[in-house]
Ligand binder design. Structure first.
Ligand SMILES: CCC(=O)SCCNC(=O)CCNC(=O)[C@H](O)C(C)(C)COP(=O)(O)OP(=O)(O)OC[C@H]1O[C@@H](n2cnc3c(N)ncnc32)[C@H](O)[C@@H]1OP(=O)(O)O
Length: 301
């Protein structure tokens, strides 16, 4: 087993794609760096924290991006965002089998403020154009920084999300919530609570992610392929329809109605019908899915 959590962006690409098939667009040798970080005298990275390109997945041609959590938590600046947007718009033209995004990000790069915000909104728009062109977008989340802020929204714009238990998906980070709303609202030092709330298992049960896998590059690879195939076979289509949006909205409303007063995910799991919810964090991914697959909310995006 190759830990996806412990791998860096390029190691993850190697684990997910067919061996030796990755061809990088705008590689680090071109040294396309953030102009904002340079102005702030902050360290830059020659790929601005994201590798983009094309490769093969079980023989199928795909477009792919991997964010590097080791550089500013994978946060999105102007260049980083422009690389993602360029990849997505090129996919609309070249029509690969799928676009697979290996996301690990603290969201908008705080150093780049408005430029980062605009960049993320452009990524969202481009992602929806890919879907509208009939190309599935699959997101993989299993890095230690999780997928937060604007990139959390980007992830939920995709057709499907694959997570490991170790992956996290949310809008505001734990410390941001605690700072804004107080420790009584959310104690960011309670790591078990943080993972129960934002981690892959909870996201799977709530319908925010469609597949939960072990922390293993090969498991992410297989899941990305299976979900892309399912999207192509899905009679509902890949593009975002009004009916799909309304169903998503209804899912959110139902969640607030059913669980809005609960204080801990354990209470939600119990209300979903999970027997002995406290044992769920201890289960391996496969056993967890066996125990909960019929109880979870949601479907394909
Ligand atoms: C739509 C608008 C937006 O997107 S605004 C941004 C909203 N984002 C958030 O609320 C998440 C902010 N970040 C966090 O909560 C945490 O850093 C997360 C991502 C949960 C990771 O936590 P943890 O595993 O404890 O690592 P850490 O906090 O030490 O972070 C690792 C390094 O990454 C950096 N980082 C993270 N997020 C950003 C960001 N948005 N902009 C710039 N840098 C970011 C951290 O500063 C940290 O850097 P360093 O290693 O201390 O140099």
């Amino acid at each position: 087993m190759n830990s996806y959590l412990e791998a860096n962006a390029r190691e993850r690409l190697a684990a997910v794609l067919d061996a030796g098939s990755f061809y990088e667009f705008l590689p680090p040798a071109l040294k396309i760096v953030s102009p904002h970080l340079a102005q702030l005298d902050a360290p830059v990275s020659f790929d601005d924290g994201v590798a983009i390109g094309q490769g093969r997945l079980f023989g199928e041609s795909i477009y792919v991006a991997a964010q590097e959590g080791g550089f500013m938590g994978g946060a999105v600046g102007e260049v980083h965002g422009a690389k993602l947007t360029g990849l997505l718009l090129r996919a609309v033209r070249e029509r690969p089998f799928a676009v697979v995004l290996l996301l690990e990000s603290g969201g908008v790069r705080l150093h780049e403020a408005n430029a980062g915000l605009i960049a993320v909104s452009e990524v969202m728009r481009a992602l929806l154009e890919v879907r509208a062109a009939g190309i599935p977008v699959i997101v993989l989340i299993g890095g230690s920084n999780g997928c937060f802020g604007g990139m959390g929204i980007v992830a939920r714009c995709a057709n499907a999300i694959v997570m490991s238990e170790e992956g996290r998906l949310a809008m505001s980070g734990p410390e941001v919530i605690e700072t804004a709303n107080g420790v009584e609202e959310f104690d960011s030092r309670d790591r078990a609570l943080v993972w129960r709330t934002t981690g892959g298992k909870h996201r799977y049960l709530l319908g925010d992610c469609q597949m939960l896998v072990a922390d293993d590059g090969a498991a992410f690879r297989q899941a990305a392929f299976d979900l892309a195939q399912q999207c192509h076979a899905n009679a509902g289509g890949i593009g975002l329809t009004l009916a799909a949006l309304e169903a998503e909205q209804q899912l959110l409303q139902d969640r607030i109605d059913s669980f809005g007063q609960t204080a801990d995910p354990l209470d939600i799991w119990t209300r979903l019908g999970v027997a002995d919810a406290a044992r769920l964090p201890m289960l391996e991914a496969e056993a967890f899915v066996d125990a909960t697959a019929t109880l979870r909310l949601g479907g394909l995006g």
